[in-house]
Design a protein around this ligand. Structure first.
Ligand code: DCT
Ligand code: MG
Length: 402
């Protein structure tokens, strides 16, 4: 440990537990080389990652390879590329020389060779070949249909389906979700703006307030992290008197349907109990509604989507757009865990769980935190308390964009 840094940190009031985690940093090799100056904690949940960073060209390349691995259902490879991208998102200066990365974690041979290629040639041959590949393009297009995952898309690709007209011609029987996904494809592949998310927030608050006064609605997901656009809008709903929130989803859905705000919905009931075991799984079990909203567009506003341009040229006047919305209801005692779990980013969440397991012998989920050593659940009323249980420095939502 660097004694000067330790003394400064202690006198600045930094708790010892948080200091100990800094021992879990990659140290730059002492080579006397001026470029090797930076050290970075290993787990993304130990770092502050804002939306604006200095190395978009590298993070976009690595994210594309991660996406390609996800589409090939190669989770291990996908996570490796996601972690490498996250390291570069947290890197404080523009990268001009790979030697700057000495002391940075989660950069394997493969990621480093992609970075080196970009540094030398302005782009990576592997990334550009992937971007152009027929399989990648088709898989991206097909998985962009709501209700279609990588497994289904791979099967369709195998059968020669590359696009929506071919899917239509194939005569495949689609699920109800996929039918809605195809019907609203153009709208749902356009990103949702913050203003649209706020309008939907007002609609949801009105519906929830009508069915359960004093219930609280919180915007979560990417928008809570400060993103200006997203692929959907996520809301977490709770009520301070535990138990009052039970069965809320069907009532809210009926209220929204009566006002013509829903194009599609599927409700899931809450299936979580503490007795069902320690919270190891990444899926949560909350009462939940996956939906497609019919969002009215402001009078005189610009047409939002391509489909709208088409509709307008046809002389039709469509004054709404489709938007994916997730409603999640949680018991009040689980609110802090659900808030932390539903704020993301996905990698930040994965890293929190990995930290909990590997460094603290605990299991973290969107429902609870279980201490395997003490064999008990650790309660928390706020996200700050969860970070404290995990001996992590508190990271606000805007800095969880790993
Ligand atoms: N989540 C997670 N693990 C998953 C899926 C979701 O931890 N496998 C959490 C993290 C984010 C939150 O749920 C909402 O998920 P998304 O809407 O998919 O992510 P987002 O960050 O809101 O991204 P976008 O802005 O594109 O909606
Ligand atoms: Mg989201």
């Amino acid at each position: 440990v660097d004694i000067r840094w330790l003394t400064e940190s202690l006198s600045a009031g930094c708790p010892l537990d948080i200091l100990q985690q800094h021992r879990l940093m990659e140290r730059p090799a002492s080579s006397g080389d001026e470029t090797a100056t930076f050290s970075m904690p290993i787990y993304a949940c130990q770092r502050r990652t804002t939306l604006d960073h200095r190395n978009a060209v590298f993070t976009e390349a690595l994210s594309l390879l991660a996406e390609n691995a996800e589409l090939s259902q190669d989770e291990g490879r996908a996570v490796a590329f996601r972690r490498a991208a996250a390291t570069l998102k947290a890197f404080p200066e523009p990268l001009t020389d790979a030697r700057q990365l000495r002391g940075c974690p989660c950069l394997g041979q493969h990621s480093l060779s992609v970075i080196q290629d970009i540094l030398e040639n302005g782009s990576s041959r592997e990334v550009e070949a992937t971007r152009r590949s027929e399989r990648f393009k088709a898989m991206k297009l097909l998985t962009a249909i709501f209700g279609v995952g990588a497994k289904t898309a791979a099967q369709w690709f195998q059968e020669g389906i590359r696009n929506l007209p071919q899917l239509h011609q194939s005569g495949r029987v689609l699920t109800r979700a996929q039918q809605a996904g195809v019907a609203h494809y153009d709208d749902l592949t356009q990103s949702v703006t913050r203003a649209e998310a706020d309008t939907i927030g007002q609609i949801v608050e009105e519906a929830v307030g009508a069915k359960l006064p004093s219930a609280r609605v919180t915007l979560v997901g990417g928008f809570r992290r400060g993103k200006l656009s997203g692929h959907d809008v996520d809301f977490l709903i709770t009520h301070p008197e535990e138990g009052r929130e039970e069965g809320l989803i069907p009532k809210v859905v009926a209220h929204l349907e009566a006002r013509d705000f829903l194009l599609y919905h599927k409700n899931n009931r809450n299936s979580y109990t503490e007795a069902s075991g320690t919270p190891a799984s990444t899926m949560d079990h909350f009462e939940r509604c996956f939906s497609i909203f019919k969002l009215p567009m402001p009078e005189g506003g610009e047409p939002h989507s391509r489909q709208d341009d088409v509709a307008l040229r046809r002389g039709e006047c469509r004054r709404w757009r489709a938007v994916r919305v997730d409603l999640v209801v949680c018991p009040f005692s689980q609110f802090a865990f659900a808030l932390l779990g539903w704020t993301g980013s996905k990698l930040f969440e994965r890293e929190l769980r990995r930290w909990a397991t590997q460094q603290k012998n605990m299991s973290l989920s969107s429902h609870a935190l279980y201490d395997n050593k003490q064999r008990k659940y650790l309660k928390a009323a706020t996200e700050e308390e969860i970070f404290a249980h995990l001996s992590l420095e508190y990271i606000p939502p805007s800095e969880r964009n790993a």
